[in-house]
Design a binder for this molecule. Structure first.
Ligand code: AMP
Length: 496
């Protein structure tokens, strides 16, 4: 019998797989090398069809054959990585990481067929679908896609008896996610979630790399790195320094190599924090924004819970302490709690109510009430942070006489300016001839608990109605049939 209640945190820098023990407690399944988390890195060996995933890929030493931080491109199916003449999509590369987690876990647990996968709260439709597709390619039946902070909240509620209004502050390798939830017994209701991309641990590493490169140039009058391999090495040293500075007021290490010349760098926590002040300020602003979205003041939050390796930085804890007037809560395993929470979520999904992470609307001619000026704008149908599942309608009027067809664009994003939103689907409705302008049509969007959008448009006069399930099509997006076929191919792939 296959194991159920598997939760997977497919992270930007590291990934983890958790399961529920028979007594209902979640635990991480260590991978084949005994490590609890797997670096989200893929390397391609020159031998045919062999990929390396995890720590061995991170240390592979050939950047041209190594892929890192692929999660950042899951919303861009056109981002192809070419290795030995084969172009890999972000979905396929993520699937290799998931397949490695699956195979390693199956050695301990036996066959696994389904899982819950987590994504950052601000992942758009395309990235969510790409994540689900990656899961299916890797051989899973993906039961649900759940937001990372929601999974973490389930974990904190279950293990730390957290109740009331709770803020989850999740600073991972690639993103910052903040969620405000109401937790009442076993029931969780998401009130608001905010997130920022390119505001994770790896952005601190990049900023620190800049600092190291300046110091190296000052000492040697040459660049710290001349090629990608040296850059990756320096980034790794920077990450180690960053982690040391979370424990100690000073950190030192050697930078450069024999070829370039070695140099000792010493950095204090003060200097580090000053150099990172822009990033720290952005994280602070996002906390304020999340409180604003939830219409709450800091003193109305009962607990602030830390998630993600980045929250080990003392500056982050101090910022939250100053803002909320009390110490934030940190579990022992901040970088495992998303996966652990996802495993718990798979059992408790019915008691969790999430919100819509983006606004959904349509493009329409809107008349400004005060000036009468007409402009083409994104008209919101489902506002961001609406509890899901939900269904919302808006009524519009046709703008021309004898309009024969309506094309409704389903947009994603909050901006009124059509240039700053994505069109994620279209519905076309044929209209009867000979009608004047001003006939009413109603656009209805439904957003279900699995974060799928159903859109329909109804013409009042004729009663005609068209409905679509919003699906992404286009270059690089795999159809169901393609996923099924490729999943078979993935099964025979050698993954070390
Ligand atoms: P996660 O995705 O939660 O595993 O977070 C990974 C990120 O946390 C990486 O960017 C790590 O560099 C960062 N991280 C892990 N431990 C520490 C630490 N002690 N201090 C600062 N950052 C850390």
């Amino acid at each position: 019998m296959a194991v159920t209640h598997i939760g997977i945190d497919l992270g930007t820098t590291t990934s983890g797989l958790a399961y529920l023990r028979p007594d209902g407690t979640p635990d991480i399944v260590p991978h084949a090398d005994g490590e609890r988390l797997t670096p989200s890195v893929v390397a391609f060996e020159p031998q045919e069809n062999t990929t390396v995933v995890g720590a061995a890929a991170r240390d592979y030493g050939d950047p041209a054959r190594t892929v890192r931080l692929i999660k950042r491109h899951l919303d861009d199916p056109g981002h192809l990585v070419e290795i030995d003449g084969r172009a890999w999509t972000p979905t396929e590369l993520s699937a290799l990481i998931l397949a490695k987690l699956k195979r390693d876990a199956e050695r301990t647990l036996g066959p696994i067929d389904e899982c819950v996968l987590t994504v950052p709260a601000n992942f758009n439709e395309l990235a969510r679908r790409a994540t689900a597709a990656a899961g299916r390619l890797a051989g899973f039946r993906v039961r649900r896609i759940v937001n990372e902070p929601t999974a973490a909240a389930v974990y904190y509620a279950h293990t730390h008896d957290v109740r009331g209004r709770v803020m989850i502050y999740d600073l991972g390798g690639g993103t910052l996610d903040i969620a405000v939830l109401e937790i009442d017994g076993g029931d969780l209701r998401l009130l608001a979630s905010e997130g920022a991309r390119r505001l994770g641990g790896s952005d601190f590493d990049e900023a620190l790399l800049g600092l190291m490169a300046d110091e190296y140039r000052r000492q040697h009058r040459t660049d710290l790195f001349e090629n990608e391999r040296q850059r990756q090495q320096a980034l790794q040293t920077g990450e180690d320094l960053k982690k040391t500075l979370s424990r100690l007021p000073n950190a030192a290490n050697l930078i450069g190599d024999e070829q370039l010349g070695l140099s000792r760098i010493e950095i204090s926590r003060d200097v580090f924090e000053q150099a990172m002040s822009r990033l720290f300020t952005r994280t602070h602003m996002l906390v304020e924004q999340a409180l604003d979205s939830a219409s709450l003041r800091p003193d109305q939050i009962d607990h602030v819970c830390l998630v993600g390796g980045g929250t080990r930085m003392p500056r982050i804890r101090a910022m939250l302490r100053d803002l909320f007037g009390r110490e934030p809560l940190a579990c022992d395993n901040v970088d495992e709690c998303v996966a652990l929470g996802a495993a718990l979520f798979s059992q408790k999904a019915a008691r969790v109510r999430e919100v819509c992470n983006q606004g959904y609307g349509t493009l329409a001619l809107l008349e400004e009430a005060d000036t009468g000026r007409v402009r083409y704008a994104n008209s919101i149908v489902i506002p961001k942070n609406t509890p899901i599942p939900c269904e919302y309608s808006q009524t519009y009027v046709t703008s021309e006489d004898n309009e024969r067809a309506l094309e409704v664009a389903v947009t994603q994003g909050e901006d009124e300016d059509p240039r700053y939103v994505d069109i994620v689907g279209k519905i076309r409705l044929e209209l009867p001839p000979g009608r004047p302008a001003g006939c009413e049509v109603t656009v209805t969007y439904g957003y279900d608990a699995d974060q799928r959008i159903q859109a329909s448009v109804t013409d009042h006069l004729s009663g005609r109605r068209e409905e679509v399930q919003v699906e992404y099509v286009g270059a690089g997006v795999l159809s169901d049939e393609q996923i099924r076929r490729r999943a078979v191919e993935f099964r025979s792939m050698k993954i070390k």
